[in-house]
Design a protein around this ligand. Structure first.
Ligand SMILES: Cc1cc2nc3c(=O)[nH]c(=O)nc-3n(C[C@H](O)[C@H](O)[C@H](O)COP(=O)(O)O)c2cc1C
Length: 200
């Protein structure tokens, strides 16, 4: 059975990002996957301190962070997952600060001793897990995909944790209502992505 971990960087309960994640999750569950959802807004994660203590030792397992918070537990969940749903709205042209805070803590997945010029991703030589990327923005989706950093940041997150995107959902023009409803086309795409992630 495929074990899927969804990591959602939206601030809002039942906003468009939550709705899209829920739709992918339900489709994956129906297709037989086991899914766990992490809403970063409910998760106790501190900011990265840029101390790079966690990057000094070699190996494929995540390095040891000096902080003791929810990230320890989240890393355990990432390690055992077979596939991921990574989601974030676009705020000021980027993934949310909530998502970025989580993303920066993923430096544990880099081997980067002080003498080395650039980091080496610990999972670079390992078989890739699957990931689905979900973004949302007020601008048209096509503009959001190419003009904003959000999608690139989700791609970078997937690569860092050893995953390869197998599909994405970019939702645009959805910020004109206080309680937006997932458009039918986005729902269909989200369902297809859920099935794909579950291996159907
Ligand atoms: C602080 C803030 C910044 C935003 N910046 C952008 C932006 O740069 N470009 C854009 O198209 N939409 C922007 N938006 C709109 C959000 O991307 C949109 O409302 C969001 O995708 C809704 O996600 P949610 O329903 O999951 O909260 C911004 C919204 C807020 C509140």
């Amino acid at each position: 059975m495929t074990r899927i971990l969804a990591i959602n960087g939206s601030y809002r309960d039942d906003g468009i990002t939550d709705q899209a994640v829920t739709t992918v999750v339900q489709a994956a569950q129906t297709a037989g996957a086991e899914v766990e959802v992490i809403r970063l807004r409910e998760y106790p994660i501190e900011f990265c301190l840029n101390c790079r203590e966690c990057t000094q030792q070699p190996g494929t397992a995540p390095g040891q962070c000096v902080q003791h918070d929810g990230m320890t537990d989240l890393l355990d969940r990432i390690e055992v997952a077979d596939a991921f749903i990574l989601a974030s709205p676009t705020n000021f042209g980027s993934a949310t600060a909530l998502f970025k805070r989580f993303m920066e803590r993923l430096i544990v997945y880099a081997y980067w001793p002080w003498a080395m010029h650039a980091p080496q991703l610990r999972k670079a030589g390992e078989p890739r897990k699957k990931a689905v990327l979900i973004t949302s923005c007020a601008a048209p989706a096509i503009l959001g995909r190419w003009a904003y950093g959000t999608r690139k940041q989700l791609q970078m997150t997937a690569k860092t944790i050893g995953a390869e995107p197998v599909g994405s959902l970019s939702m645009g023009m959805i910020a004109k209502q206080s309680h937006p409803v997932l458009p039918a086309r986005a729902m269909k795409r989200a369902q297809a992505l859920g099935r794909k992630l579950a291996g159907e």
